[in-house]
Design a protein around this ligand. Sequence first.
Ligand code: ATP
Length: 334
Amino acid sequence: MEYRATLIPGDGIGPEVVEAALRVVEATGVRIEWERVEAGADVFVKYGTPLPDEVLNSIRTTGVALKGPIGTPIGGGFKSANVLLRQALDLYACVRPIRTIPGLPSRFENVDFVIIRENTEGLYTGLEHRVAPGVVESLKVVTEAASLRIARYAFELARRQGRPTVTAVHKANIMKLSDGLFLECARRVARDHPEIEMRELIIDNCAMQLVTHPEQFDVLLMDNLYGDILSDLGAGLVGGLGVVPGSNIGNECAVFEAVHGSAPDLAGKGRANPTAVIRSAAQLIAHLGEPEAAGRIERAVEAALSDPANHTGDLGGKATTQQLTDAILRELER
Ligand code: ATP
């Protein structure tokens, strides 16, 4: 069977690491016809938008995409193409598994949790305005419908994966209405899942617990901004941004991408770590219905990373993108 999927190479290190992922997917024998579309900074210069309709239409047709990172200008310029994409396709659940990879230098040995980030609202609505000179407002939008939907996703995932707890992360002591609603929705959904224990943790305490006792967590449910920040923290617990995959899931489509951004400092040097995008591609093929091939990629990545000679600069080594990719391919062929 041949599948169809959309491919967005992205900016910065995106094209290099996406190319590495394509080689690995091909080596599994899973056949995918990729529909290549462009989004990002160069596209903005040409067409005045970082996310042309062609990209959205392609994903609506294929239902699934592998996406390289797209950079976002700071303090001005175009809106984040990543955020626009998630909102336009209603990719409401951002799923980021944070798991210890044996063989990688890390302070902890048994980290294994999943961050479920609400992906469509919160402070990411981009609704900001200047009220008076020197005064701006940024609107955090929380709806009951989106909060219930993401909480259901988190509890369902916990049930499917046999994870005993879901921890709702919030700041409802300060944002009593917005985070209060998010938390209340999580409590309502928890009542339908008596087999799963719901815990509640204020975001600052959660950040501290994550860097002292991360092994206690199974599923962490949180809003958009908290999920953005704690995902990078989680990546830091298990080897860094270069290794953590992610997916953005909606009812109609799913887009798979690494947690990291476009890393412009490394672009074009052939030194980026391709692991995060390769593991995102593994999640994509599992989503297409090829979990066995996805498992083979995961095992090949772990085996390749167990040798420090294959570590890229972010992991403290000297290997290039190509050397690490070749090592993963050799492991796949074993
Ligand atoms: P963006 O604006 O797209 O978010 P950024 O550089 O601000 O880009 P990230 O790309 O997420 O943010 O990463 C921060 C730093 O982490 C990078 O500058 C780079 O040094 C390192 N990094 C991120 N991803 C990788 C990777 N795949 N391989 C090696 N280093 C990486």
